[in-house]
Design a binder for this molecule. Structure first.
Ligand SMILES: Nc1ncnc2c1ncn2[C@@H]1O[C@H](COP(=O)(O)OP(=O)(O)OP(=O)(O)O)[C@@H](O)[C@H]1O
Ligand SMILES: [Mg+2]
Length: 254
């Protein structure tokens, strides 16, 4: 089985379902017998927080700053079957610590190479800004997933994100591969959802960016599952949405 595929979940807009999607995708991949590592790149540490009793004293910040750190000290097991490199609020300091370092946001990519052989998939959860931590996640990616809520502000955010990708591509010799844009927290009965999906298809379809056929419904089952750090009810509508999304994602990334 192929190892080391890095999928980064990114949108500098906050609260669009990035962490929820990483969490449920990790569980779905585990159910399919893939080995998964999740990297929490967000100092808010939301994802780390729902993963149970994880000590989060050692984070990506230490990894980036310390060449002698052993990965065994960094990577922790969760009771959900995937491993995690946790986050904590001190990671905020990374944004300034690396500001004068040459190739600052390429370091994570180099470090990740050491552990790629140990996992089929490495899923990276980004914070809602486009600073060094997020750019590190972007640069380390093989594929990007962009979760968006069906609102105009979120859609405009995607355009800003894509401009950033174009800049990095231009100056840093990196080619991004967008697996797709994923609509989340959707109330499919509203016309705004349909209008926004059409708009996304018209704008991003033109630049060959896929919009996932599957959208994730707005459901309290989803926020409950994530909030409690539990597997989502497989038979619920949103559980089925996520299962379909992961199938679609695998078709792109495998
Ligand atoms: N499909 C959904 N239906 C209902 N609520 C959802 C759904 N997906 C996520 N939520 C809820 O929306 C909130 C934001 O989700 P989440 O934390 O995943 O977003 P995020 O993009 O990671 O946010 P941030 O940018 O702050 O990191 C959470 O309370 C989560 O439980
Ligand atoms: Mg988040």
């Amino acid at each position: 089985m192929k190892t080391g595929t890095v999928i980064t979940f990114v949108n500098q807009k906050g609260g669009v379902g990035k962490s929820t999607t990483v969490f449920i995708t990790a569980i779905e991949l585990i159910k399919k017998h893939y080995s998964v590592l999740v990297i929490d790149l967000d100092p808010q540490a939301t994802l780390t927080g729902v993963c149970g009793d994880i000590s989060n004293k050692i984070t990506v910040r230490d990894w980036l700053n310390n060449d002698n750190l052993k990965v065994e000290e960094l990577i922790q097991k969760t009771s959900l079957g995937f491993d995690i490199i946790p986050a904590n609020p001190f990671m905020e300091l990374t944004e300034n610590e690396l500001i004068n370092t040459v190739g600052q946001y390429k370091i994570l990519n180099e470090k990740i190479k050491e552990i790629k052989k140990n996992y089929n998939f490495i899923l990276i959860d980004c914070r809602p800004t486009l600073g060094i931590l997020t750019k590190s996640g972007l640069f380390a990616s093989d594929f990007l997933v962009i979760p968006v809520k069906p609102e105009i502000a979120s859609v405009m955010g995607v355009e800003v994100l894509i401009n950033t990708l174009v800049q990095i591509e231009k100056y840093d010799n990196k080619e991004f591969n967008i697996a797709g844009i994923l609509l989340t927290m959707v109330n499919s009965r509203t016309t705004s959802y349909k209008d926004i999906k059409d708009y996304l298809v018209s704008v991003f379809g033109k630049i060959n960016t896929k919009i996932f056929d599957t959208s994730i419904r707005n459901s309290v089952k989803c926020s409950d599952s994530f909030g409690e750090g539990k597997t989502i009810d497989e038979k619920s509508a949103v559980g089925i949405d996520y299962k379909d999304f992961v199938e679609e994602l695998l078709k792109v990334v495998l």
